[in-house]
Design a protein around this ligand. Structure first.
Ligand SMILES: O=C(O)CCC(=O)C(=O)O
Length: 266
C-alpha cells in the first residue's frame, strides 16, 4: 500500500495522499448517505451531533436545509458510514503508515457551503482534542466527496509541523467562526500552508499533530469531506477517554482488515 519512500516522506512531512482511494460508485453511495444525513431534523434524538454553520453570508443549499457544516459519530446516521471504517485500501494504508495494527478513533464530516470563510475552521492540530496519548500514532484521513482546491475548500496543512509537538490552542475570537479550538499564534501558519487540489475520491492522511485548516469556498456549490481518525492499537488516551462511538474497535490485525467472525474462529 505504501512504498518505503512514501513512509519516509510521511514521517518527515506528516502527510500522505492517495489519489482515487474511493471508486466512483463508492463516492456516489457516500454522497447519498450525506444527502440523507443533511435531512436529519433538528428534533432527531442525535441531532446534537450535527452543527449548523450560522454563516450569515453563506448561501442555503437546498440539499442541506439546516446548513449543517460539521457532524460527529456518522455511523449513528447511516450504516454506510460504519462500513467505511473498514475500507480495505484506507485501513491497510493506515496500517502501513502508523501500524502495525489499527483501531478506529472517531469520525466527522465537514461541509463547506458557498462563501464558507477561509478563517471559519482555522489552523489547528487535531491532537489538541486528543492529547495526552501514549504516543503520537493518531492519524486522520479526509475523504473528499467533491473536488476542492485553494478557492473551493481544500484542506491546507503545514508539512513537518507535527515535529513541533503540541501547540497552545484557544477558542476563536472572530464572531463568525466554528468555535472549535485553533492555534493561539495561527497567523504564523498562513504563509507556511500548502495548497492542494483534490478530486472526488482522493484521500489525505495526516498525523494528528500536523497543523491544518479548512480552506474557504468562494464557489457556488457545497464541498464535503469525511474525516475518519484512527490510532495504532497501543495508542491510548491518558486523559479523558474519547467517547466517540466505535472508539477503540479493531480495524486491522496482522496486516488484514479485521473481520469479527474470522478472528474468533482462527
Ligand atoms: O475539512 C477540512 O478541510 C479540515 C477540517 C478540520 O480539520 C476540522 O474540522 O477539524
Amino acid at each position: 500500500m505504501v512504498t518505503p519512500e512514501e513512509k519516509q516522506a510521511f514521517e518527515e512531512y506528516g502527510y500522505h495522499i492517495v489519489r482515487g482511494a474511493l471508486t466512483p460508485t463508492e463516492i456516489e453511495n457516500l454522497r447519498d448517505a450525506m444527502r440523507l444525513l443533511f435531512q436529519t431534523p433538528a428534533d432527531h434524538p442525535y441531532s446534537s451531533s450535527l452543527t449548523p454553520s450560522s454563516i450569515p453570508e453563506a448561501e442555503c443549499d437546498p440539499q442541506n436545509p439546516r446548513a449543517l457544516w460539521n457532524g460527529f459519530d456518522l455511523p449513528l446516521f447511516d450504516d454506510r458510514f460504519y462500513d467505511l471504517i473498514f475500507h480495505p485500501r484506507i485501513a491497510l494504508t493506515l496500517d502501513a503508515l502508523i501500524g502495525p495494527d489499527i483501531n478506529f478513533y472517531e469520525t466527522c464530516f465537514v461541509c463547506k457551503p458557498p462563501r464558507f470563510p477561509a478563517h471559519f475552521r482555522d489552523w489547528h492540530q487535531d491532537s489538541s482534542y486528543f492529547d495526552p496519548q501514549t504516543n503520537d500514532r493518531n492519524c486522520a484521513v479526509i475523504l473528499y466527496l467533491d473536488s476542492m482546491d485553494g478557492e473551493t475548500g481544500a484542506t491546507r496543512l503545514v508539512p513537518g509541523s507535527h515535529k513541533q509537538g503540541t501547540l497552545p490552542h484557544a477558542t476563536p475570537s472572530e464572531s463568525v467562526s466554528s468555535k472549535h479550538l485553533e492555534i493561539v499564534d495561527k497567523h504564523l501558519y498562513e504563509k507556511l500552508g500548502t495548497n492542494f487540489t483534490f478530486a472526488p475520491g482522493d484521500a489525505l492522511f495526516f498525523l494528528a499533530r500536523v497543523v491544518h485548516k479548512a480552506g474557504g469556498n468562494s464557489s457556488a456549490t457545497s464541498r464535503t469531506g469525511l474525516i475518519y481518525n484512527y490510532t495504532r492499537k497501543d495508542t491510548l488516551d491518558l486523559g479523558t477517554k474519547n467517547r466517540s462511538i466505535g472508539n477503540g474497535i479493531p480495524v486491522v490485525r496482522n496486516g488484514r482488515v479485521y473481520v469479527p467472525s474470522r478472528e474468533a474462529s482462527s
